[in-house]
Design a protein around this ligand. Structure first.
Ligand SMILES: [Zn+2]
Length: 321
């Protein structure tokens, strides 16, 4: 754990031997099916607790973070994967991102914008569709490989009963890859800490890339079997701290044989810093800066980690000079 440069301090360290906060890629023997399983403990707990969102919103953001961890870990290079939702509902925006650096560790962070007044109209347990407002919303996936590289962006309508259903539609529409996915985030019934888990399977194209996918009878049966078994995973199994991902995969696929590959580690870390925010501040005109001063200082909040940085007008003036 100590070799990772955490930008934000870690409040609660993972217990020794913890198998939380990892993504495990796997392959089912004899099938053109690959998959990934993810489990988040302290990482999702820290991100969600920094904000204190109402539980229904925290659950959905937790699922977006879980999806971001899964998709980020597929990336074969250093870069940033961002998932953003926009809608006209009581939760107009959610953002989660995953950054991988040379150390191979995935850094997750995320936040949600909430319109409290609108949200209160939906009662204590608003549905996913209620929160994101099913009319004209979308989910965007962006992959950024750094300054000199092209940016990839894919978009899907925010239609469906869950984040997982939206993600499934994304893979069908944008990538023509049959995908089944489960995502879950909830509080541990004993400790009250947030936990999240997910699993996805994808049917690999056997033909050349770009070629129309033809599912033969045999491979279609295999794919159906792989997805039915994946959907047989119970909610408590996705989150159970006592059941590590290897055991979970074995439970689901031991009859066929499952090969699990090295896990990718995940941490909670934000990219904000005092220097970065100062760079933003010095771009404002003096009179604009003057308007921002409250009680002799300017405070700037990072939406991702909810850290507030304080600057005096003198700090900004000397940085400008
Ligand atoms: Zn931050």
């Amino acid at each position: 754990m100590n070799d990772v440069d955490h930008t934000t301090p870690i409040v609660v360290a993972d217990p020794d031997g913890s198998r939380d906060n990892e993504v495990r890629p796997f392959q089912i023997e004899g099938m053109d099916v690959r998959g990934r399983a993810i489990r988040l403990g302290t990482v999702v707990d820290q991100i969600l607790k920094a904000h204190n969102y109402p539980d229904p919103v925290a659950r959905v953001l937790g699922e977006v973070l879980t999806l971001t961890g899964l998709l980020g870990s597929i990336m074969k290079f250093d870069g940033i994967v961002t998932i953003q939702t926009k809608s006209s509902g009581p939760v107009p925006m959610m953002v989660a991102d995953y950054e991988r650096r040379e150390d191979g560790v995935g850094r997750l962070r995320g936040y949600a914008d909430i319109d409290e007044t609108k949200l209160s109209a939906y009662g204590k347990n608003p549905s996913f569709e209620g929160m994101i407002g099913s009319k004209s919303g979308y989910l965007a996936l962006t992959i950024d490989q750094g300054e000199d590289m092209d940016r990839y962006q894919g978009i899907v309508e925010l239609k469906g009963a869950s984040v997982a259903e939206v993600a499934r539609n994304y893979f069908m529409n944008s990538e023509q890859t049959p995908t089944e996915i489960r995502l879950l985030c909830d509080r541990d019934s004993v400790s009250g800490h947030w936990r999240a888990g997910g699993i996805m399977v994808q049917h690999l194209a056997r033909g050349e890339e770009g070629q129309e996918r033809i599912l033969t009878r045999e491979t279609e049966e295999q794919w159906n079997r792989a997805s039915v078994l994946m959907h047989s995973v119970k909610e408590e199994e996705l989150l159970d701290p006592q059941l590590d991902l290897d055991q979970l995969l074995y439970r689901l696929y031991n009859e066929d044989g499952v090969r699990a590959f090295d896990a990718d580690r995940l941490v909670h870390a934000c990219r904000c810093s005092r220097e970065r925010l100062q760079t933003v501040l010095i771009q404002f005109e003096d009179d604009e800066l003057q308007d921002m001063v409250r009680d002799g200082k300017i405070d700037v909040n990072c939406q991702f980690c909810n850290t507030t940085y304080y600057f005096t007008p003198d700090d900004v003036a000397s940085a400008k000079a």
